[in-house]
Design a protein around this ligand. Structure first.
Ligand SMILES: Cc1cc2nc3c(=O)[nH]c(=O)nc-3n(C[C@H](O)[C@H](O)[C@H](O)COP(=O)(O)OP(=O)(O)OC[C@H]3O[C@@H](n4cnc5c(N)ncnc54)[C@H](O)[C@@H]3O)c2cc1C
Ligand code: FES
Length: 363
C-alpha cells in the first residue's frame, strides 16, 4: 500500500512537478472559483471583531470536513497579499464545544507593528471573505486528569487559555484553575468574559497584572498571587522572555519539570551567537549569493526574504516546519536548540538557523 502511494506521488511529481494532482489543477480551478486552494481547508469569515486597538478576532466558518480541535491547539492561516501567499500560525481562542454547536471557530490576533500579515488581516479581511486554514495541530493541551491548573499568559498569549477555560466551564465547571495574565494594555483582552466565567466556575481565579505598573514576572509576585503553585500543573503561553523566566521561577519553587508546559508566540532572539567573519550564503537554485554581517546575525529566512526569494514560512519560530530547506553544505547554528549542525547535506529550518560560516542552500 505504502509502495503504491510512493509510486503515485513519484508519478504525479514527474508529470506535473507538483506534489499532488490537486495542486496541479489549482490554477484551472481558480479560473472558476478564484479563492479555491488545493491544500488545507477553505473557510469563510463571518465577522472581523475589534477586541482592542491592536487586537481583533476572526470568527470563521470552516468547510464541513475540517476536523475538530482540542482546546489549546493552533492552525496555520494562509492569505494571498499582492500575489504572494503567506502562512501564519494562530491558536484557536474558542472552546471546541462552541465549534461543535455553532460550526464556527475564533482566532484572536494581535497586529504586529512591522508585520506583513496581521495588519493586512485587521484592515482587509471582512465578513464573507474566503480564507484558507490548515487542520488543527499542537500538543499544548490539558492532561486527562483533574489536577489543579496554573495558567500564565503574556499579552495575546491568553488566547489558548480562553479556549481551555471556556471548555472547562462547560465540561468541568468545578475544576480548580488560576489564570495569571500579564499585559501592557489598560484594557486586557476579554475583560468582560472573565467575570462571567468565574460565575460559572467557582474555583476559577483570574489575576490581571499590568506590567507597565507592576513590572515583569518575578518570583515574589508569583508567590504573592498563587500560594499553592507547586501542586498545580503549569501552562505558559506568550513571548519568549515570559516563558523562560516563568519556567525558571517555577522550577526553583519546586514545580516538577514534567508539570510545566509551554507554547511560544514570539521568536527566540538570536543571542549568545557570534562568528569571526562575515559569511557567504549561496541560494543555489536561485543563483543568488548574499553576505551576512558578523555584528548583525540574521536568520537564513530573513536573508532569503531580504534577497526577495520568497521562501515558504509559517510560524517563524521553529514550530511549523513550513520553512524546511535542504542545506547542501556548511554549518548553521540553530537558535532554538542552541546547537551547531554538521557540515554535510541535511534538512534545516530556515527561520531558526543562522549561518555559522559559508553555507549553500537548495533554495
Ligand atoms: C503556536 C503559535 C500560536 C500563535 N497564536 C497566536 C494567537 O493566537 N494570536 C496572536 O496574535 N498571535 C499568535 N501567534 C503569533 C503569530 O503567529 C505572529 O504574531 C504572526 O505570525 C505575525 O505575523 P505578521 O506577518 O504580522 O508578522 P511578521 O511579518 O511575521 O513579523 C514582523 C516582525 O514582528 C516580529 N514578530 C512577529 N510575531 C511576533 C510575536 N508574536 N511576538 C513578538 N514579535 C513578533 C517578527 O520577528 C518581525 O520582526 C502564535 C504563534 C505560534 C507559533
Ligand atoms: S516558519 Fe515555522 S518552523 Fe520555520
Amino acid at each position: 500500500m505504502k509502495a503504491t502511494m510512493t509510486k503515485n506521488r513519484w508519478l504525479t511529481k514527474a508529470l506535473t512537478n507538483q506534489s499532488s494532482f490537486k495542486s496541479y489543477l489549482e490554477p484551472l480551478a481558480q479560473l472558476v472559483r478564484p479563492k479555491w486552494q488545493a491544500n488545507g481547508f477553505n473557510a469563510v469569515v463571518i465577522e472581523n471583531r475589534v477586541e482592542s486597538e491592536q487586537v481583533f478576532s476572526l470568527i470563521i466558518r470552516p468547510q464541513r470536513k475540517w476536523p475538530g480541535f482540542i482546546a489549546g491547539q493552533h492552525l496555520d492561516l494562509q492569505v494571498e497579499i499582492a500575489g504572494v501567499r503567506y502562512l501564519r500560525t494562530f491558536s484557536l481562542s474558542c472552546a471546541p464545544k462552541y465549534q461543535q454547536q455553532t460550526g464556527l471557530i475564533e482566532l484572536t490576533i494581535r497586529q504586529q507593528e512591522q508585520g506583513k500579515v496581521t495588519p493586512f488581516l485587521a484592515n482587509n479581511i471582512a465578513a464573507g471573505d474566503a480564507i484558507n486554514i490548515s487542520a488543527p495541530r499542537g500538543q499544548f493541551t490539558l492532561p486527562k486528569n483533574n489536577q489543579p491548573l496554573l495558567f500564565i499568559a503574556g499579552g495575546s498569549g491568553v488566547t489558548p487559555f480562553r479556549s481551555f477555560i471556556q471548555e472547562l466551564s462547560l465540561s468541568e465547571p468545578q475544576r480548580d484553575v488560576h489564570l495569571i495574565y500579564y499585559n501592557q494594555a489598560t484594557k486586557p483582552l476579554f475583560a468582560l468574559e472573565w467575570p462571567l466565567l468565574m460565575n460559572t466556575m467557582p474555583h476559577l481565579k483570574v489575576t490581571m497584572i499590568d506590567t507597565a505598573q507592576k513590572g515583569l514576572i518575578n518570583e515574589q509576585q508569583l508567590l504573592d498571587h498563587c500560594k499553592d503553585l507547586e501542586k498545580r500543573v503549569a501552562y505558559l503561553c506568550g513571548p519568549h522572555g515570559l516563558i523562560t523566566t516563568s519556567r525558571e521561577i517555577l522550577l526553583q519553587l519546586g514545580v516538577a519539570e514534567n508539570n510545566i508546559h509551554h507554547e511560544l508566540f514570539g521568536p527566540k532572539p538570536i543571542e549568545n551567537f557570534t562568528i569571526d567573519n562575515d559569511a557567504e550564503v549561496v541560494f543555489a537554485s536561485s543563483q543568488t549569493t548574499v553576505n551576512t554581517e558578523k555584528d548583525h546575525p540574521q536568520t537564513l529566512l530573513e536573508l532569503a526574504e531580504a534577497a526577495e526569494l520568497n521562501p515558504t514560512s509559517g510560524c517563524r519560530m521553529g514550530v511549523c516546519h513550513q520553512c524546511k530547506c535542504r542545506k547542501k553544505q556548511g554549518v548553521v547554528y540553530n537558535t532554538l536548540t542552541e546547537q551547531f549542525s554538521d557540515t554535510g547535506e541535511e534538512d534545516i529550518q530556515l527561520c531558526v538557523s543562522v549561518a555559522a560560516g559559508d553555507v549553500t542552500l537548495d533554495l
